[in-house]
Design a protein around this ligand. Structure first.
Ligand SMILES: C[S@@+](CC[C@H](N)C(=O)[O-])C[C@H]1O[C@@H](n2cnc3c(N)ncnc32)[C@H](O)[C@@H]1O
Length: 282
């Protein structure tokens, strides 16, 4: 493709990278490439292989609009409106937290345990619930969230992925019924209130705070859930797998034991950080 008035791939990338760098964006080159690929409808490898190709005026305008959003520190997943999680692509916007790669560990744990019924508490985009339903065809999943906004986005993802027969959504901290599950998974908020101000602007300016912070030690939501699983709490699960902050392993393991689970294990993520607590009824 010949160069046009809108400039070449190399020029478009160069000016975006400079602007991103000046704005403090963490991965300026990668973000510029991903956004230009989206704007031009070409994949990144093709773009990089043809730096002297022209960017047409329509693509240049779309790229400019995306660059301006990213310069305000809006996360790339919100600019694109989607994020990959395991094998699925999820719609993604400010109604819910962007699924993080480390959360994929909870899906690995579900695969290991092989449940037929799963409860996902704090489903957000529906990431964990939908990945489990996608990878475990024999499994039915109930997913709850206290945010009606998050649940509306999760509902769109359920439909888009064609998983409505096996994934049910409900508003609230726990489902009204059924209340017995083989496995409960949850990536509830676990950031301490006093950590919020120090987080990246991508998070504090754009992601819902109620998806991230949970009281002075970050454990209010996890504590509230485990009380419901304890004696007389009305909710029952043969096993639990909870995502945690890297320094919360022992505290959450103790809460899981207090809820009646044995064989409690703290599991590390790929970065070697404590990331999940697993408890089983023994
Ligand atoms: C950290 S986000 C996780 C979203 C999604 N599961 C994921 O991993 O990407 C936590 C979610 O839990 C929801 N939430 C917060 N407190 C809750 C509670 N007590 N019970 C159920 N959901 C809650 C929030 O609205 C938010 O969607």
């Amino acid at each position: 493709m010949a160069a046009t008035a809108a400039g070449t791939v190399a020029e478009a990338l160069g000016s975006a990278v400079d602007a991103f760098r000046a704005a403090g964006v963490e991965a300026p080159r990668l973000d510029a490439e991903v956004l230009l690929a989206e704007a031009t409808g070409r994949d990144r490898a093709m773009l990089l292989a043809s730096p002297e190709d022209g960017v047409d005026a329509v693509a240049a305008r779309a790229f400019g609009a995306m660059v301006r959003r990213r310069l305000r520190r809006e996360p790339v997943a919100y600019v694109l409106g989607r994020r990959g999680f395991r094998r699925i692509d999820l719609r993604c916007d400010a109604r819910a937290l962007i699924p993080r790669p480390e959360t994929e560990l909870l899906v690995d744990i579900a695969l290991e345990l092989g449940p037929e019924s799963v409860l996902d508490v704090g489903t957000g985009t529906g990431a964990i619930a939908l990945a489990i339903a996608d990878e475990m065809p024999g499994c039915t999943v109930t997913a709850v969230d206290t945010s009606a906004q998050a649940l509306s986005l999760a509902g769109e993802n359920v439909v888009a992925l064609g998983l409505a027969e096996r994934v049910t959504l409900e508003l609230g901290p726990v489902p009204s019924s059924p209340r017995e599950f083989d496995l409960l998974v949850a990536n509830l908020p676990y950031v301490r209130d006093d950590e919020w101000a120090g987080l990246a602007p991508e998070i504090t300016k754009f992601e819902p705070r109620e998806a991230l912070t949970s009281g002075p030690d970050g454990l209010d939501a996890i504590r509230g859930l485990l009380v419901r699983l304890g004696p007389g709490g009305g909710l029952s699960a043969g096993a639990v797998a909870l995502e945690i902050g890297s320094e919360q392993g022992e505290a959450v393991a103790e809460l899981v034991r207090a809820a009646g689970y044995g064989d409690v294990e703290v599991r590390k993520d790929l970065a070697g950080l404590d990331r999940a607590v697993i408890g089983r009824i023994v």
